[in-house]
Design a protein around this ligand. Structure first.
Ligand code: TXA
Ligand code: MG
Length: 318
Protein backbone atom coordinates (compact mmCIF):
# COMPACT_ATOMS: atom_id res chain seq x y z
CA UNK A 1 0.00 0.00 0.00
CA UNK A 2 1.05 3.61 -0.44
CA UNK A 3 2.60 5.56 2.40
CA UNK A 4 0.30 8.43 3.47
CA UNK A 5 2.09 11.52 4.77
CA UNK A 6 2.14 15.28 4.89
CA UNK A 7 5.68 15.95 3.72
CA UNK A 8 6.10 17.59 0.28
CA UNK A 9 9.83 16.72 0.40
CA UNK A 10 9.03 13.01 0.48
CA UNK A 11 6.67 13.52 -2.46
CA UNK A 12 9.44 15.37 -4.31
CA UNK A 13 11.83 12.45 -3.77
CA UNK A 14 9.52 10.03 -5.54
CA UNK A 15 8.58 12.51 -8.27
CA UNK A 16 12.24 13.27 -9.00
CA UNK A 17 12.75 9.51 -9.39
CA UNK A 18 10.00 9.46 -12.04
CA UNK A 19 7.30 7.85 -9.90
CA UNK A 20 3.71 9.11 -9.65
CA UNK A 21 2.46 10.49 -6.33
CA UNK A 22 -1.08 11.40 -5.25
CA UNK A 23 -1.46 15.10 -4.51
CA UNK A 24 -4.21 17.08 -2.79
CA UNK A 25 -5.97 19.91 -4.58
CA UNK A 26 -9.04 21.94 -3.67
CA UNK A 27 -11.10 20.04 -6.29
CA UNK A 28 -10.17 16.36 -6.10
CA UNK A 29 -6.98 14.36 -5.45
CA UNK A 30 -4.68 14.15 -8.46
CA UNK A 31 -2.15 11.54 -9.54
CA UNK A 32 0.88 13.70 -10.27
CA UNK A 33 4.03 13.05 -12.26
CA UNK A 34 6.71 15.07 -14.06
CA UNK A 35 4.81 16.58 -16.99
CA UNK A 36 7.99 16.92 -19.06
CA UNK A 37 9.10 13.28 -18.68
CA UNK A 38 7.40 10.75 -20.96
CA UNK A 39 8.46 7.79 -18.83
CA UNK A 40 6.87 9.36 -15.74
CA UNK A 41 3.72 10.17 -17.74
CA UNK A 42 3.46 6.58 -18.91
CA UNK A 43 3.33 5.48 -15.28
CA UNK A 44 0.25 7.68 -14.73
CA UNK A 45 -1.57 6.11 -17.66
CA UNK A 46 -0.54 2.66 -16.45
CA UNK A 47 -1.60 3.22 -12.82
CA UNK A 48 -4.99 4.63 -13.87
CA UNK A 49 -5.51 2.24 -16.81
CA UNK A 50 -6.21 5.42 -18.72
CA UNK A 51 -6.37 5.48 -22.54
CA UNK A 52 -3.71 7.58 -24.25
CA UNK A 53 -6.28 9.65 -26.14
CA UNK A 54 -7.33 11.38 -22.91
CA UNK A 55 -5.02 14.40 -22.32
CA UNK A 56 -3.75 15.48 -18.89
CA UNK A 57 -3.94 18.78 -17.02
CA UNK A 58 -0.54 20.33 -16.32
CA UNK A 59 -0.34 21.90 -12.85
CA UNK A 60 1.87 24.95 -12.32
CA UNK A 61 2.46 27.14 -9.26
CA UNK A 62 1.77 30.54 -10.76
CA UNK A 63 0.66 32.58 -13.73
CA UNK A 64 4.30 33.51 -14.46
CA UNK A 65 4.86 29.92 -15.62
CA UNK A 66 2.20 30.01 -18.34
CA UNK A 67 4.47 31.38 -21.05
CA UNK A 68 6.97 28.54 -20.51
CA UNK A 69 4.38 25.97 -21.62
CA UNK A 70 1.90 27.95 -23.73
CA UNK A 71 2.79 29.63 -27.03
CA UNK A 72 0.00 32.21 -26.71
CA UNK A 73 -1.74 33.78 -23.74
CA UNK A 74 -4.62 35.94 -25.01
CA UNK A 75 -5.68 38.92 -22.88
CA UNK A 76 -8.98 37.36 -21.89
CA UNK A 77 -7.26 34.18 -20.77
CA UNK A 78 -4.80 36.22 -18.73
CA UNK A 79 -7.65 38.15 -17.08
CA UNK A 80 -9.38 34.92 -16.27
CA UNK A 81 -6.22 33.40 -14.80
CA UNK A 82 -5.57 36.51 -12.72
CA UNK A 83 -9.09 36.46 -11.32
CA UNK A 84 -9.36 32.71 -10.65
CA UNK A 85 -5.92 31.23 -9.90
CA UNK A 86 -5.09 29.55 -7.67
CA UNK A 87 -8.48 27.91 -8.07
CA UNK A 88 -10.78 25.33 -9.69
CA UNK A 89 -10.20 26.48 -13.27
CA UNK A 90 -8.22 24.92 -16.12
CA UNK A 91 -7.27 27.00 -19.17
CA UNK A 92 -6.46 25.43 -22.55
CA UNK A 93 -3.92 27.28 -24.67
CA UNK A 94 -1.76 26.54 -27.72
CA UNK A 95 1.22 24.55 -26.43
CA UNK A 96 4.96 24.92 -26.74
CA UNK A 97 7.06 21.99 -27.90
CA UNK A 98 8.55 21.51 -24.41
CA UNK A 99 5.23 19.85 -23.42
CA UNK A 100 5.35 16.19 -24.51
CA UNK A 101 2.66 14.96 -26.92
CA UNK A 102 1.82 12.22 -24.44
CA UNK A 103 0.62 14.87 -21.95
CA UNK A 104 -1.71 16.46 -24.51
CA UNK A 105 -2.72 13.27 -26.35
CA UNK A 106 -1.21 14.73 -29.50
CA UNK A 107 -3.28 17.90 -29.37
CA UNK A 108 -1.57 21.20 -30.24
CA UNK A 109 -2.92 22.64 -26.97
CA UNK A 110 -2.03 22.29 -23.30
CA UNK A 111 -4.37 22.38 -20.28
CA UNK A 112 -2.91 24.51 -17.45
CA UNK A 113 -4.07 25.02 -13.87
CA UNK A 114 -2.78 26.53 -10.62
CA UNK A 115 -4.40 24.41 -7.88
CA UNK A 116 -5.43 26.06 -4.63
CA UNK A 117 -3.85 23.87 -1.99
CA UNK A 118 -0.94 25.03 0.20
CA UNK A 119 0.87 21.65 0.30
CA UNK A 120 0.67 21.14 -3.45
CA UNK A 121 1.71 24.73 -4.17
CA UNK A 122 4.70 24.24 -1.86
CA UNK A 123 5.52 21.00 -3.68
CA UNK A 124 5.20 22.62 -7.14
CA UNK A 125 7.49 25.47 -6.11
CA UNK A 126 10.13 22.96 -5.00
CA UNK A 127 10.16 21.10 -8.34
CA UNK A 128 12.04 21.88 -11.56
CA UNK A 129 9.05 20.78 -13.63
CA UNK A 130 5.24 21.06 -13.61
CA UNK A 131 3.02 18.15 -12.59
CA UNK A 132 0.66 16.44 -14.98
CA UNK A 133 -2.17 15.15 -12.83
CA UNK A 134 -5.44 13.49 -13.74
CA UNK A 135 -7.88 12.71 -10.96
CA UNK A 136 -6.42 9.88 -8.83
CA UNK A 137 -9.04 7.22 -9.63
CA UNK A 138 -9.06 4.25 -11.98
CA UNK A 139 -10.25 5.41 -15.41
CA UNK A 140 -14.02 5.97 -15.56
CA UNK A 141 -14.62 5.68 -11.81
CA UNK A 142 -15.59 8.32 -9.21
CA UNK A 143 -12.93 10.96 -8.44
CA UNK A 144 -11.32 10.85 -4.96
CA UNK A 145 -11.85 13.62 -2.40
CA UNK A 146 -10.02 11.95 0.51
CA UNK A 147 -6.62 10.21 0.83
CA UNK A 148 -8.46 7.02 1.84
CA UNK A 149 -10.26 6.98 -1.53
CA UNK A 150 -6.91 7.03 -3.33
CA UNK A 151 -5.48 4.38 -1.03
CA UNK A 152 -8.43 2.04 -1.66
CA UNK A 153 -8.15 2.17 -5.41
CA UNK A 154 -4.60 3.04 -6.41
CA UNK A 155 -2.68 2.43 -3.18
CA UNK A 156 -1.03 -0.72 -4.45
CA UNK A 157 0.22 1.06 -7.60
CA UNK A 158 1.87 4.19 -6.13
CA UNK A 159 4.46 4.85 -3.40
CA UNK A 160 3.06 7.95 -1.69
CA UNK A 161 -0.12 9.93 -1.03
CA UNK A 162 0.46 13.51 0.05
CA UNK A 163 -2.26 14.01 2.65
CA UNK A 164 -3.85 17.44 2.43
CA UNK A 165 -7.09 16.49 4.15
CA UNK A 166 -10.53 16.48 2.52
CA UNK A 167 -10.92 18.45 -0.71
CA UNK A 168 -12.68 21.76 -0.23
CA UNK A 169 -14.63 21.91 -3.53
CA UNK A 170 -15.19 18.24 -4.33
CA UNK A 171 -15.72 18.55 -8.12
CA UNK A 172 -13.02 18.74 -10.78
CA UNK A 173 -11.98 22.07 -12.25
CA UNK A 174 -14.04 23.98 -14.81
CA UNK A 175 -12.27 23.88 -18.21
CA UNK A 176 -12.21 26.87 -20.56
CA UNK A 177 -10.47 26.55 -23.91
CA UNK A 178 -8.79 29.37 -25.84
CA UNK A 179 -7.61 26.96 -28.53
CA UNK A 180 -9.56 28.90 -31.14
CA UNK A 181 -8.67 32.32 -29.71
CA UNK A 182 -12.00 33.10 -28.07
CA UNK A 183 -13.19 31.25 -24.95
CA UNK A 184 -15.26 28.08 -25.00
CA UNK A 185 -16.51 26.14 -21.97
CA UNK A 186 -15.49 22.47 -22.24
CA UNK A 187 -16.24 21.13 -18.76
CA UNK A 188 -18.56 22.31 -16.00
CA UNK A 189 -16.71 22.15 -12.70
CA UNK A 190 -15.87 23.76 -9.40
CA UNK A 191 -15.77 27.40 -10.60
CA UNK A 192 -18.77 29.51 -9.68
CA UNK A 193 -20.53 30.10 -13.04
CA UNK A 194 -21.62 33.59 -11.94
CA UNK A 195 -17.99 34.60 -11.42
CA UNK A 196 -17.02 33.05 -14.75
CA UNK A 197 -19.76 34.98 -16.50
CA UNK A 198 -18.75 38.24 -14.81
CA UNK A 199 -15.26 37.88 -16.33
CA UNK A 200 -15.98 36.39 -19.76
CA UNK A 201 -19.62 37.26 -20.36
CA UNK A 202 -21.94 34.68 -21.89
CA UNK A 203 -19.73 31.71 -22.74
CA UNK A 204 -20.29 29.31 -25.65
CA UNK A 205 -20.26 25.69 -24.52
CA UNK A 206 -19.02 22.52 -26.11
CA UNK A 207 -19.56 20.05 -23.30
CA UNK A 208 -20.08 17.17 -25.62
CA UNK A 209 -18.46 14.34 -25.55
CA UNK A 210 -17.21 11.11 -26.98
CA UNK A 211 -16.51 11.92 -30.61
CA UNK A 212 -15.60 15.54 -30.06
CA UNK A 213 -11.98 16.41 -30.78
CA UNK A 214 -12.21 19.72 -28.88
CA UNK A 215 -13.34 18.18 -25.63
CA UNK A 216 -11.37 14.96 -25.55
CA UNK A 217 -11.75 12.60 -22.65
CA UNK A 218 -15.16 13.93 -21.69
CA UNK A 219 -16.70 10.50 -21.82
CA UNK A 220 -20.47 10.15 -21.84
CA UNK A 221 -20.09 7.44 -19.27
CA UNK A 222 -17.82 8.47 -16.43
CA UNK A 223 -17.84 8.75 -12.64
CA UNK A 224 -19.55 5.39 -12.76
CA UNK A 225 -20.30 3.43 -9.60
CA UNK A 226 -20.33 -0.36 -9.93
CA UNK A 227 -23.91 -0.54 -8.60
CA UNK A 228 -26.79 0.00 -11.08
CA UNK A 229 -27.32 3.74 -11.13
CA UNK A 230 -30.20 5.83 -12.46
CA UNK A 231 -31.53 9.36 -12.34
CA UNK A 232 -34.77 9.85 -10.46
CA UNK A 233 -37.60 10.24 -12.92
CA UNK A 234 -40.84 8.78 -11.61
CA UNK A 235 -39.77 7.53 -8.20
CA UNK A 236 -42.90 5.48 -7.50
CA UNK A 237 -42.51 3.56 -10.75
CA UNK A 238 -38.79 3.16 -10.34
CA UNK A 239 -39.16 1.80 -6.82
CA UNK A 240 -42.07 -0.38 -7.97
CA UNK A 241 -39.85 -1.99 -10.58
CA UNK A 242 -37.25 -2.61 -7.86
CA UNK A 243 -39.59 -4.02 -5.24
CA UNK A 244 -37.88 -6.46 -2.91
CA UNK A 245 -34.48 -4.96 -3.80
CA UNK A 246 -32.24 -2.80 -1.59
CA UNK A 247 -32.24 0.71 -3.03
CA UNK A 248 -30.19 3.79 -2.10
CA UNK A 249 -31.61 7.22 -2.85
CA UNK A 250 -29.27 10.16 -3.36
CA UNK A 251 -31.28 13.31 -2.86
CA UNK A 252 -30.57 17.01 -2.85
CA UNK A 253 -31.89 18.21 0.46
CA UNK A 254 -35.38 17.09 1.39
CA UNK A 255 -35.98 13.80 3.15
CA UNK A 256 -38.74 11.88 1.48
CA UNK A 257 -41.81 11.33 3.63
CA UNK A 258 -41.89 7.58 3.53
CA UNK A 259 -38.80 5.61 4.36
CA UNK A 260 -38.69 3.54 1.20
CA UNK A 261 -34.97 3.28 0.87
CA UNK A 262 -31.69 4.33 2.44
CA UNK A 263 -31.18 8.02 1.75
CA UNK A 264 -28.06 10.08 1.22
CA UNK A 265 -28.61 13.84 1.47
CA UNK A 266 -26.22 15.88 -0.68
CA UNK A 267 -26.98 19.12 1.09
CA UNK A 268 -29.01 19.30 4.29
CA UNK A 269 -28.68 23.11 3.98
CA UNK A 270 -30.03 23.00 0.44
CA UNK A 271 -27.13 24.64 -1.38
CA UNK A 272 -25.42 23.38 -4.51
CA UNK A 273 -21.84 24.04 -3.34
CA UNK A 274 -22.43 21.69 -0.41
CA UNK A 275 -23.96 19.16 -2.82
CA UNK A 276 -20.80 19.39 -4.97
CA UNK A 277 -18.64 18.87 -1.91
CA UNK A 278 -20.52 15.73 -0.84
CA UNK A 279 -21.32 14.22 -4.24
CA UNK A 280 -18.35 11.93 -4.91
CA UNK A 281 -18.02 10.78 -1.28
CA UNK A 282 -21.71 9.84 -1.14
CA UNK A 283 -21.58 8.11 -4.52
CA UNK A 284 -18.75 6.01 -3.12
CA UNK A 285 -20.59 5.28 0.11
CA UNK A 286 -23.72 4.30 -1.78
CA UNK A 287 -21.65 2.15 -4.13
CA UNK A 288 -19.96 0.40 -1.19
CA UNK A 289 -23.25 -0.18 0.64
CA UNK A 290 -24.19 -3.42 -1.08
CA UNK A 291 -27.33 -1.98 -2.71
CA UNK A 292 -29.02 -3.48 -5.74
CA UNK A 293 -29.59 -0.04 -7.23
CA UNK A 294 -28.92 3.65 -6.65
CA UNK A 295 -31.41 6.32 -7.71
CA UNK A 296 -30.22 9.94 -7.70
CA UNK A 297 -32.30 13.08 -7.80
CA UNK A 298 -30.99 15.95 -9.95
CA UNK A 299 -30.23 19.14 -7.99
CA UNK A 300 -31.30 22.71 -8.88
CA UNK A 301 -29.36 24.08 -11.86
CA UNK A 302 -28.10 27.18 -10.02
CA UNK A 303 -24.54 27.71 -8.72
CA UNK A 304 -22.55 24.46 -8.96
CA UNK A 305 -25.80 22.56 -9.61
CA UNK A 306 -25.27 22.21 -13.36
CA UNK A 307 -21.83 20.68 -12.74
CA UNK A 308 -23.29 18.27 -10.15
CA UNK A 309 -26.04 17.24 -12.60
CA UNK A 310 -23.46 16.76 -15.36
CA UNK A 311 -21.62 14.24 -13.14
CA UNK A 312 -24.86 12.48 -12.14
CA UNK A 313 -25.93 12.10 -15.78
CA UNK A 314 -22.55 10.73 -16.81
CA UNK A 315 -22.63 8.29 -13.90
CA UNK A 316 -26.02 7.07 -15.13
CA UNK A 317 -25.06 6.84 -18.80
CA UNK A 318 -24.86 3.40 -20.33
O1 TXA B 1 -9.76 19.50 -10.85
C1 TXA B 1 -9.13 18.93 -11.75
O2 TXA B 1 -9.10 19.36 -12.91
C2 TXA B 1 -8.40 17.63 -11.38
C3 TXA B 1 -7.30 17.97 -10.39
C4 TXA B 1 -6.40 16.82 -10.07
O3 TXA B 1 -6.55 19.07 -10.87
N1 TXA B 1 -7.90 16.97 -12.55
C5 TXA B 1 -8.70 16.36 -13.45
O4 TXA B 1 -8.03 15.70 -14.45
O5 TXA B 1 -9.91 16.37 -13.37
P1 TXA B 1 -8.72 14.63 -15.42
O6 TXA B 1 -7.60 13.99 -16.14
O7 TXA B 1 -9.60 13.74 -14.65
O8 TXA B 1 -9.50 15.51 -16.46
C6 TXA B 1 -8.76 16.24 -17.41
C7 TXA B 1 -9.59 16.56 -18.60
C8 TXA B 1 -9.45 15.56 -19.74
O9 TXA B 1 -10.25 14.44 -19.59
C9 TXA B 1 -9.87 16.41 -20.93
O10 TXA B 1 -11.27 16.39 -21.01
C10 TXA B 1 -9.42 17.80 -20.53
O11 TXA B 1 -9.09 17.76 -19.17
N2 TXA B 1 -8.21 18.22 -21.28
C11 TXA B 1 -6.92 18.10 -20.94
N3 TXA B 1 -6.11 18.59 -21.89
C12 TXA B 1 -6.90 19.05 -22.86
C13 TXA B 1 -6.69 19.67 -24.14
N4 TXA B 1 -5.45 19.93 -24.58
N5 TXA B 1 -7.77 19.99 -24.88
C14 TXA B 1 -9.03 19.75 -24.42
N6 TXA B 1 -9.30 19.16 -23.23
C15 TXA B 1 -8.27 18.82 -22.47
MG1 MG C 1 -10.95 12.33 -14.00
Amino acid sequence: MAEIGRDPRVAKGYLDAGLPVAIPTETVYGLGANALDEQALLRIFEAKQRPFFDPLIVHIHGISEVSTYAAEFPDQARQLAMACWPGPLTIILPKRSIVPDLATAGHPTVALRVPDHPLTLELLRSLDYPLAAPSANPFGYISPTLPAHVQEQLGYRIPYILDGGPCRVGLESTIVSFAGGSPMLLRLGGMDPVKLKSILGELPEKLHTHSDPDAPGQMDRHYAPGTGFMIEDNLEDQLGALSGKRVALIRFSAHSMKKVAVEFLLSPAGNTAEAALNLFRMLREADAGGFDAIIAELVPDEGLGRAVNDRLRRAAHR
